[in-house]
Design a protein around this ligand. Structure first.
Ligand SMILES: Nc1ncnc2c1ncn2[C@@H]1O[C@H](COP(=O)(O)OP(=O)(O)OP(=O)(O)O)[C@@H](O)[C@H]1O
Length: 309
């Protein structure tokens, strides 16, 4: 049986091949009680394969999977888990409360409906037919269905995909409320800011391998450096001439560059007589770190349009 010293989920040296395609290449992943872990990766990185293996829907070629003290797919583990998959569908012609009552009946110790409705921000929507819900509200209903069985572990596969900034924020507060209640969460997302905002730990997957793991701050610190941003009378070329080896980028009215020694570089620019206006120096974003970790040979640039959420 599971003890509280053991992780809730432990994937060890997991490998999965689809023909010539290596989906997972000896990955290790664990989730501790009360922990929110974000699994980040680009398309095809292996996130869904990891989740399918954890759920017992896929058999790995190599490696060991233990979920809540049981082998993957064991009914006793499933009973203690809530899952929200990308492929989930909802019936149109039932109300929110009917759908949740039905799901509650599947579990021996379901959560009180009032708690589930409050956590999923659905209290005011109980009588609404599913077909009348917005995309964000439907996602929150799927979330409510995932948590209604009072799970110890909830798996959310890209739960905010396609949602606008407001709906995404609302969903974030649902996840935070769940985590505050002590439930462990494994979340996959393409939104790097989302992982930063929600998770205790981030695991970055690239081409089926874990390329980085740590608290969001540690992932950023792995790269170090700052983003320097300013308006200037000097051209990008003049700046690159002043700081040999730096790659400056033009972003609208602003020039941006990444620097491991921002103080020294700024002094160089001042000494070269380059005027800097509206200057900001900030730590790199998780998105910068992610791009660098997954594409280490490429110069990582600040995204032109950052997430507005
Ligand atoms: N059933 C399958 N048959 C063949 N190849 C597969 C299958 N499932 C996944 N793959 C391949 O394995 C790799 C990992 O896929 P996976 O779906 O796990 O990635 P992902 O990180 O979830 O991507 P996305 O963010 O696009 O959902 C990809 O190259 C994919 O094409």
């Amino acid at each position: 049986m599971q003890t509280h010293q053991q992780p809730l989920v432990s994937l060890r040296q997991l490998s999965k091949q689809f023909g010539k395609e290596t989906a997972l290449d000896a990955i290790d992943l664990y989730i501790q009680p009360n922990e929110v872990v974000a699994l980040l990766g680009e398309n095809g990185a292996g996130k869904t394969t990891t989740i399918s293996t954890l759920l017992g829907q896929l058999t790995p070629d190599k490696g060991e999977v233990t979920v809540l003290g049981y082998p993957a797919g064991h009914w006793a583990a499933k009973q203690q888990m809530g899952v929200m998959l990308q492929s989930a569908a909802l019936p149109d012609n039932v109300t929110v409360i009917e759908q949740l009552r039905l799901f509650a009946s599947y579990y021996p110790h379901s959560q009180p409906l009032a708690y589930v409705l409050k956590t999923a921000l659905l209290t005011d929507l109980v009588k609404r037919k599913v077909q009348t819900l917005s995309g964000g509200q439907k996602q929150r209903l799927l979330f409510a269905m995932a948590i209604i069985g009072n799970p110890r572990l909830v798996i959310l596969d890209e739960p905010t995909v396609g949602l606008d900034a407001t709906a995404r924020r609302e969903f974030w507060s649902c996840i935070r409320a769940l985590a505050a209640n002590g439930t462990s969460v494994l979340l996959t997302t393409h939104y790097l800011e989302e992982a930063d905002a929600l998770s205790d730990r981030i695991v970055v997957l690239a081409k089926g391998r874990v390329v980085a793991e740590g608290v969001p701050e540690a992932i950023k610190a792995k790269l170090g450096g700052k983003r320097i941003r300013f308006r200037s009378n000097g051209s990008v070329e003049a700046i690159e001439q002043a700081i040999p080896g730096c790659a400056a980028q033009c972003r609208g009215d602003y020039i941006e560059l990444h620097s491991l020694t921002p103080e020294a570089h700024l002094k160089t620019l001042f000494d070269a007589g380059i005027v800097l206006q509206d200057l900001t120096v900030v730590g790199i974003s998780l998105e910068d770190a992610f791009l660098h970790l997954t594409q280490p040979t490429q110069e990582y640039a600040v995204p032109a349009k950052e997430m507005s959420a």
